[in-house]
Design a protein around this ligand. Structure first.
Ligand code: SAM
Length: 329
């Protein structure tokens, strides 16, 4: 089968699709206070998204993750899920969500064919959670996680962005959620994708420190890292649950990166740290053949940067590459 390979020999296997740039939270580390939304006319339709996704799958991508913005804010998202789930050859369809609308939507998403869910949960203290997320309702998110569990989504993961002076004191408490093994908790180093320009190296809590904090309470055993995985996983010594650390800043894992991204307005973004993308929308809207689109995709992937470190060296300042909500994480 033909595959999408970049100039460093890495093969694209996972596609992240941002289905909207809109979000109902204002996470401090992500959203600008006054976001400028994409006009609706620029957002890919379900039909356009399905077409691009199925061409990616034809080229060897076998996992798709829907993200945003907040993917559950996209009207009729379950219809897109159903269309994507039906693509022959797709092995895994999952979603990253803030969980606010999850309790309501989980059963329909499950019926539509969504397999995995990742919910972002950065604090177990309702007031702090609300502060971090710009007013996000803690109880609704916890209920969303509960309903996702009862609907049997696999895998079910929690993402927590850890920021110095904010929530590093909760690392072990968050890890405790994973002990029983029904959910994996992944700790993400704070990256310079902040809409409110709070990011600074001094606010990054390293994966190493995160592990030390967890190890004050639990014995952890490193688990093998599947090729291309963003997270280094660790099992609790009792063998049941697992946690992960995503060390994009202190120990980037670019050499076997197998991800590629599609922004809500149809740009192919080969690396999360890219400042721009390859705009596929004009082709999609001017009657381009599948072969023309495939050629465009091949070229975009071929030009993928070697990794975060090289890109960061190129930028004058590390700060504020772009708000994460425009690309979906
Ligand atoms: N709205 C959804 C959510 O909150 O999960 C999906 C989109 S969000 C952009 C995807 C992931 O990126 C979330 O887990 C979020 O916490 C993470 N994220 C956003 N900004 C980040 C930053 N500056 N550093 C690290 N992770 C970030």
């Amino acid at each position: 089968m033909a595959v999408l390979t970049d100039s460093y020999g890495r093969v694209a296997r996972k596609l992240r699709i941002s289905v909207t740039d809109r979000c109902n939270f204002r996470c401090q580390f992500c959203m600008p206070i006054h976001p400028v939304w994409l006009p609706h006319s620029e957002i890919l339709t379900f039909e356009e998204t399905r077409r691009v996704a199925s061409l990616f799958v034809q080229m060897g991508v076998d996992k798709i993750r829907l993200s945003g913005g907040e993917p559950l804010m996209r009207r009729d998202i379950e219809q897109l899920v159903e269309q994507l789930a039906a693509i022959p050859g797709l092995r895994q369809l999952s979603m990253t969500t803030n969980g606010f609308l999850l309790a309501e939507k989980a059963p329909a998403l499950k019926r539509a064919g969504l397999k995995g869910i990742t919910v972002s949960l950065h604090s177990l203290k309702p007031e702090r959670f609300s502060e971090i997320t710009g007013g996000g309702p803690f109880n609704a998110v916890i209920e969303g996680i509960r309903v996702a569990k009862s609907n049997g989504f696999t895998p079910l993961k929690i993402n927590a962005v850890i920021m110095r002076g904010c929530n590093e004191d909760e690392v072990a408490d968050l890890a405790a959620l994973a002990v029983e093994g029904d959910v994996t908790v992944r700790f993400i180093e704070y990256m310079p994708f902040d809409g409110q320009h709070h990011w600074g190296m001094e606010k990054v809590v390293s994966g190493k420190e995160i592990l030390e904090r967890i190890r004050e309470r639990y014995e952890l055993v490193p688990a093998p890292r599947p090729a291309g995985s963003t997270a280094q996983l660790y099992k609790f010594e009792d063998g049941k649950g697992e946690i992960g650390v995503i060390t994009s800043i202190t120990q980037p894992f670019c050499s076997d990166c197998d991800r590629i991204r599609l922004s809500a307005d149809g740009k192919i973004v080969p690396c999360l740290f890219d400042k721009t993308g390859f705009d596929l929308r004009p082709l999609l809207r001017t009657g381009a053949s599948d072969e023309m689109i495939l050629n465009f995709m091949r070229d975009a992937v071929l030009r993928k940067a070697p990794g975060v470190e090289t890109l960061l060296k190129k930028y004058e300042h590390l700060e504020h590459i772009r708000p994460m909500h425009t690309i979906g994480g």
